[in-house]
Design a binder for this molecule. Structure first.
Ligand code: HEC
Length: 168
């Protein structure tokens, strides 16, 4: 092999490995950080709508719980439960997109959150203030757990130093 073709071969090989590295790096990023941001506009819009409704619902629970308005609590909690994005009228493609772009643990967290809303409604039906507060706490805890894991682009104060090093 001539000196020149050897050099060409070596540079071709290094370019190839470099691009593999870049692809792998990108792929990893897409999986761990970009899930929600990679969603299509429609789906992201739906998620955003669900979140705004959630915030409204959860905020209205505070005075309802304080006053022991069991029936109102039950109604609000049932509304929150029904806002489950995975249960909305998604097209087949959208449902598939959600499941391919979002990690399984996101779907599980969302599911657990909505299940707790159902439990809250049930506790209110039984006029059990202590249990109502317990599920209210669990629901609030779910906001911060999910946001600190999947929505640091929206809520940067949950970013830890490690993540900050990697972004930009
Ligand atoms: C299973 C995960 C998950 C749970 C649980 C969750 N969120 Fe979110 N939330 C997200 C993600 C992801 C975003 C960012 C969406 C985006 O960037 O498009 C978000 C965004 C938001 C936003 C900003 C919406 C906007 O577009 O302006 C609000 C407000 C919000 N969440 C409130 C809440 C509240 C309140 C709770 C709890 C009662 C909650 N969320 C529970 C995942 C979650």
């Amino acid at each position: 092999m001539s000196k020149i073709s050897k050099m060409v071969l070596i540079s071709a090989v290094s370019i190839f490995s470099l691009s593999c590295f870049a692809l792998e790096h990108d792929g990893h990023k897409a999986e761990s950080k970009k899930g929600v941001e990679a969603l299509s506009q429609d789906l992201r819009g739906l998620l955003s709508q669900e979140m705004i409704a959630l915030e409204k619902g959860v905020s209205s629970l505070v005075p309802q719980i304080a006053a022991g308005n069991w029936h109102e609590i039950e109604t609000t909690a049932k509304k929150i439960k029904a806002s489950y994005i995975l249960k909305q009228k998604l097209t087949k493609e959208q449902a598939k997109e959600l499941h391919t772009k979002l990690p399984e643990s996101f779907v599980e967290m969302d599911g657990a959150f909505h299940k707790d809303a159902g439990m809250l409604a049930h506790a209110a039906e039984n006029k059990n203030a202590e249990l109502v507060n317990f599920y209210f706490y669990k629901m609030n805890n779910a906001c911060t757990s999910c946001h600190s894991k999947y929505a640091t682009h929206k809520f940067p104060s949950f970013k830890n130093e490690k993540e900050e090093e990697h972004s930009h």
